[in-house]
Design a binder for this molecule. Structure first.
Ligand SMILES: Cc1cc2nc3c(=O)[nH]c(=O)nc-3n(C[C@H](O)[C@H](O)[C@H](O)COP(=O)(O)OP(=O)(O)OC[C@H]3O[C@@H](n4cnc5c(N)ncnc54)[C@H](O)[C@@H]3O)c2cc1C
Ligand SMILES: NC(=O)c1ccc[n+]([C@@H]2O[C@H](COP(=O)([O-])OP(=O)(O)OC[C@H]3O[C@@H](n4cnc5c(N)ncnc54)[C@H](OP(=O)(O)O)[C@@H]3O)[C@@H](O)[C@H]2O)c1
Length: 247
């Protein structure tokens, strides 16, 4: 059961008509980059809570979530209406296993995200851990439209701080952009285009893979990655892939 405390919204970004970030102050227990918090609001006398990955790294005092409005949903549309100064309910115990600690050792890390699942990777990339553990890190972000590619300033800062270790690859599936690769992450993996464009080859002995976001992407990506020798990492049967499903 969630144990709700009241925090306060201190900042809000509306990226598009459906994509938002909220920054809030709330006392949270120590957390690990990649974990989520449950956030809630009172609706008709009942608390509606949902999990959201923290975008901020653990050392930053203010907390941030990145989300899209799900038109049939109960909470996301209401969260999008909050403004700085408004109260927000937060379960102060962050949780989850989509972390670098759960990712087996390797030389290269692939972070694949659809939509708002970029968030937990930003948290991880703003800590020292991945840079000490992996020689190379690829962040691959798949979205429908170019305007869904947000947090560019954060990604540019990470690139500037780690020019040799880090590479960002955006994919846009529903329009031509001239800068992002067209299509879906899964198609780029299956066709070999991802490897060709990055001038590299997947190698299960060295590569570790994180998949976050749309559950169909996560399911389909595991199918195409299996053909390249990758499988889900489990304590009982070590592999290379760890996952976090948002929907
Ligand atoms: C571990 C975890 C972490 C999450 N972190 C984030 C996050 O950082 N950012 C974020 O935007 N969402 C995140 N989610 C999803 C989030 O918890 C909510 O489900 C989402 O914001 C919709 O809430 P809602 O109450 O409006 O709709 P809900 O009642 O939760 O969902 C209504 C329906 O929409 C589906 N759905 C949920 N989310 C989406 C979506 N994004 N796109 C399409 N369909 C969806 C659900 O499967 C359900 O069928 C996370 C989910 C999990 C399990
Ligand atoms: N105006 C609005 O209210 C509005 C606007 C946008 C989104 N939304 C809501 O937000 C939700 C999430 O939208 P989103 O665009 O953030 O996320 P999304 O639907 O998960 O799409 C993000 C990316 O994932 C890709 N993808 C989907 N299924 C995949 C699969 N099986 N394998 C590989 N890639 C896959 C999509 O490709 P494809 O393009 O090929 O599907 C797209 O490139 C929508 O379902 C909708 O409810 C609302």
């Amino acid at each position: 059961m969630a144990e709700w405390k009241t925090g306060q919204v201190v900042d809000k970004v509306q990226w598009t008509e459906a994509l938002y970030s909220l920054v809030f102050e709330a006392e949270l227990a120590p957390f690990t980059a990649g974990q989520f918090v449950r956030v809630g609001l009172e609706v008709d006398g009942e608390t509606i809570g949902r999990p959201y990955s923290l975008v901020n790294p653990p050392h930053e005092p203010r907390h941030e979530i990145y989300f899209n409005i799900v038109p049939v949903g109960q909470l996301s549309e209401r969260l999008a209406q909050l403004e700085p100064g408004d109260p927000i309910l937060v379960d102060p115990r962050p949780n989850g296993y989509f972390t670098l600690a759960e990712t087996p050792a390797g030389r290269r890390l692939w972070m694949f995200a659809t939509g708002t699942a970029l968030g937990p990777y930003l948290s991880m990339l703003k800590t020292a851990e991945p840079w000490g553990r992996f020689e190379q890190i690829h962040l691959v972000h798949g979205v429908r439209l170019a305007r869904d590619l947000n947090y560019a300033a954060d990604i540019e800062r990470i690139q500037a701080e780690h020019p040799r270790q880090f590479r960002f690859s955006p994919l846009v599936s529903r329009e031509e952009t001239g800068f992002a690769w067209p299509g879906r992450i899964t198609d780029a993996i299956e066709s070999g285009q991802l490897e060709a464009r990055l001038n590299t080859a997947f190698d299960p002995a060295q590569d570790r893979i994180m998949l976050c976001g749309n559950m169909e992407m996560i399911r389909d990506a595991q199918v195409v990655l299996a053909e390249k020798g990758f499988r889900k990492h489990r304590a009982s049967a070590p592999g290379q892939i760890i996952t976090e499903k948002y929907h």
